[in-house]
Design a binder for this molecule. Structure first.
Ligand code: HEM
Length: 383
């Protein structure tokens, strides 16, 4: 039974993996570099392949596993297959509608968690999922990608922030309950403000986008300050690795916030703000959590090793090169940085696959995620 479930989850990982590979291919095409595939639509759908088809579907898959499976699997399936459908001969909006349906299912998977104890950490993630629904609805209606980007950004920022609020409880065990509750309610208010600003920025981008930048700076500052990563960076092994990935991610969110203060919706500066967010913040968070998320999803151990540090350094080093080149307008360095970004993500996948394949078979130390529902969006032990 468990074997069947694990295999089922592996099958669900497949469309996410294909979306990643096609998204990377499209990224190379957008940079004007040679790429294995040159489908006409690829560059136009790179953003949705990466955000909804790959990372978003991974988040939804983890959520579905933590919820115990069943209909919740329609979330990741819809998001990943919808993204792939945008490359089929069908009109692009068809893929958009399927992605939209997937994000609606993701939103619904939070319902039982919310009903259980009206937890502010869950409410923050619900707001994140709501922004994912909004992003897909706007995209399916043909709204230009730069106006969809704040919604996608908010989806990831709030999903991750909600989880960090939950994990912060571990470090606040000795704080008074009232203090903890006040901090969590403040985090919820800040998250609601972010949603409001994103909605307003869609209507009045001229002042709304700089306001979005200010709110991102506020979110990055508050969440980084309260994150247990500031303490665990002084530990060793996996907790230290995760903390390094988390703190670097917050730093990139600050960069993105600063760039939004003077928004530019095309060209090199646009590239810089996009990838400070999606590679610097989102992918660094994914990498920081990978050794704990993936075992919960595929129910196989993913031993942490020094190779993860190599991927982390490659990701941030190549991104720094790209963003600096973007801001200085140096084409060649931007291309090298972008190509190395692709290598970093492929190295992440290779490290994960090799670690899983060479690990001991699953033992008692591999948590059964359904037993940890409500423990957090990734249903695992705190990094
Ligand atoms: C790893 C290598 C990557 C490369 C080489 C790459 C390359 C690019 C390029 C060149 C653009 C066009 C920017 C412009 O118009 O100035 C772009 C846009 C974009 N990228 Fe990436 N990217 C990568 C990874 C990612 C990832 C991991 C994500 C999300 C998780 C992402 C999300 C986006 C989004 C949302 C857009 C906006 C698309 C649009 O405006 O149509 N990218 N990317």
């Amino acid at each position: 039974m468990f074997k069947f479930q694990a295999n089922g989850r592996l099958v669900l990982l497949l469309p996410c993996g294909i979306a990643l590979l096609l998204g990377l291919d499209a990224g190379l095409l957008l940079l004007g570099l040679p790429a294995p595939l040159t489908l006409e639509r690829l560059p136009d759908v790179h953003g949705m392949l990466m955000t909804i088809g790959f990372v978003g579907a991974l988040i939804a898959l983890e959520r579905a596993v933590a919820r115990g499976g069943g209909w919740a699997y329609a979330g990741p399936l819809g998001m990943a297959l919808g993204a792939l459908l945008t490359l089929s001969p069908a009109p692009v909006w068809v893929g958009g509608v399927v992605m939209l349906a997937g994000t609606c299912v993701l939103l619904l998977t939070y319902r039982p968690l919310w009903q259980r104890n009206h937890d502010p950490a869950v409410a923050i993630q619900v707001l994140g999922a709501f922004l994912a629904v909004g992003a897909c609805a706007l995209w399916a209606r043909g709204v230009a990608m730069p106006m969809v980007v704040p919604w996608l950004t908010g989806f990831f920022v709030l999903t991750i922030a909600g989880e960090r609020v939950e994990l912060a409880r571990v470090g606040q065990l000795f704080d008074a309950v009232a203090v903890r509750e006040r901090r969590e309610n403040q985090a919820l208010v800040l998250s609601m403000l972010l949603v409001l600003v994103i909605a307003l920025a869609t209507i009045w981008p001229q002042w709304g986008l700089p306001a979005f930048g200010v709110t991102l700076l506020l979110v990055a500052g508050v969440f980084a300050w309260r994150d247990v990563a500031r303490r665990t960076i002084r530990s060793t092994g996996l907790p230290r690795f995760s903390a390094a990935g988390l703190l670097a991610a917050y730093a990139w969110l600050v960069v993105a916030g600063l760039l939004w203060l003077r928004p530019q919706l095309e060209g090199y500066r646009y590239d810089a703000v996009l990838h400070a967010t999606f590679l610097g913040f989102v992918m660094s968070m994914v990498l920081a959590h990978a050794p704990v998320i993936l075992p919960a999803v595929i129910r196989r151990p993913l031993p942490y090793g020094p190779a993860f540090w190599v991927v982390l350094v490659l990701l941030h080093g190549s991104l720094l090169l790209r963003v600096v080149a973007d801001l200085l307008g140096i084409d060649s360095a931007r291309e090298v940085g972008g190509a190395l970004n692709v290598v970093a993500l492929l190295a992440l996948v290779a490290t994960a696959v090799v670690s899983v394949l060479t690990a001991r078979s699953p033992g008692a130390d591999t948590p059964e995620p359904s037993a940890t529902v409500g423990a957090g969006p990734v249903g695992r032990v705190s990094p």
